[in-house]
Design a protein around this ligand. Structure first.
Ligand code: DP6
Length: 365
């Protein structure tokens, strides 16, 4: 499919007013997206586990305007309070997607959104937030079009979410989503995420992710700035090639269930992501001393016990501790005994892989 396939068909229905609502999770990348071209096109394919507990709930109430507006008309409520400072982000998102959703200037929207995780926990909310909003907008478009297949609905929601934030296109479905064209993945596309289409070994069922909140402060460097620094990066082309190779390796791992190989790929991807940050110009470091303490403890625990626990990082200091369900008790005990001391106020979030976004009845927060 190309961009043109996402232009709307004529709106046959008239809808004056209504309310739609979705709950959408965050996701954690195993092969990372870092570097993009124009229009939110990734430089390399990425793949992620869809999470469950870390999620955004969004409700959009819409009312037809008497005359189509010049700009977009909306109010934004975050956790019960009107949030002016979030509006420019939504405005940019709306202008990027307007050609695909031409009804946007015909309505006033009240967007009410809340996160399941603590605000400013350092957890990226753009993936869950943008995917929840994209789904709500698709639900409105579906009412206007009259009929839309479930498959197209999901594809276009992912396509729109990508235009809000790249990683958001991987939060619509679960449990494993791939985004970015890759020669060995049928149906893969730079335009939207797809549910991983091949066999996945039972070792990955209910895979656990305990997120250790090492530093809850505001990120020093936004993802967008970081992505842009890949443009003149001396190692960029090797890195993009490596992501393709790592995806091939991970596909083999998903089939065989080889957790030792899984750990190698996932940890190497996390460290490569941060190595790219450290070797860009300007260079920056997002890990904190406690991030490294945790990594070393995980390596020591693995060495001593033969556990299959490993870590990954996103663009920040927090650590995602990944482990199979059958090691849940043992690893959780280890986290409590040895890792929580490195978290800000001992804070952490227990999560696991899940199936993706869910529609809710209207009138949620
Ligand atoms: C390090 O999706 O936040 O988490 O497209 O600019 O919104 P924008 O970037 P974003 O980048 C996420 C980068 C990452 C890796 C990943 O999730 O693949």
């Amino acid at each position: 499919m190309t961009e043109i396939d996402f232009l709307p068909t004529p709106y046959l229905q008239t809808v004056e007013t209504g309310t739609v609502s979705y709950k959408s999770p965050s996701n954690i990348a195993l092969v990372k997206y870092w570097g993009k071209k124009e229009n939110q096109i990734p430089q390399n394919p990425s793949i992620s586990f869809t999470l469950d507990a870390c999620a955004t709930t969004t409700q959009v109430s819409f009312k037809k305007l008497e005359h189509k507006g010049v700009g977009f008309s909306f109010d934004l409520w975050f956790e019960g309070q009107q949030k002016e400072d979030f509006k420019p982000k939504i405005n940019t998102f709306f202008s990027r997607i307007e050609q695909y959703l031409p009804f946007l200037k015909e309505y006033h929207f009240k967007i009410e959104t809340s996160n399941s995780f603590p605000h400013s926990s350092g957890i990226a909310s753009s993936a869950s937030g943008m995917s929840a909003l994209a789904l709500c907008l698709m639900d409105i478009e579906k009412k206007l079009v009259g009929h839309m297949s479930a498959a197209f609905f999901i594809k276009k929601a992912s396509f729109l979410a990508r235009l809000g934030s790249g990683s958001a296109c991987r939060s619509i479905e679960g449990t494993i989503v791939q985004w970015g064209a890759h020669k060995n993945t049928q149906g893969s596309s730079d335009l939207y995420g797809i549910k991983y289409p091949y066999e996945v070994h039972a070792n990955f069922n209910n895979f656990q992710d305990t997120i250790l909140l090492v530093d809850k402060g505001q990120k020093q460097v936004s993802s967008t700035v970081g992505h842009n620094l890949m443009h003149d990066h001396p190692y960029a082309s090797e890195r993009f090639k490596q992501a393709h190779d790592n995806l091939d390796k991970l596909m083999a791992v998903f089939k065989t269930g080889d957790l030792v190989e899984f750990i190698k790929i996932v940890e190497s991807e996390a460290l490569t992501l941060h190595a790219m940050m450290m070797t860009s110009l300007p260079y920056f470091i997002l890990m904190k001393p406690n991030t490294l303490e945790i990594i070393n403890k995980i390596w020591a625990f693995r060495e001593q016990t033969g556990s299959h626990v490993c870590f990954t990082l996103d663009a920040g200091a927090n650590v995602h501790v990944l482990y199979p369900e059958n090691e849940k008790q043992k690893v959780y005990q280890f986290i409590k005994d040895e890792l929580l001391v490195y978290c800000e106020n001992q804070q952490y979030i227990c999560d696991q892989i899940a199936l993706g976004a869910k529609q809710l009845a209207g009138n949620h927060p």
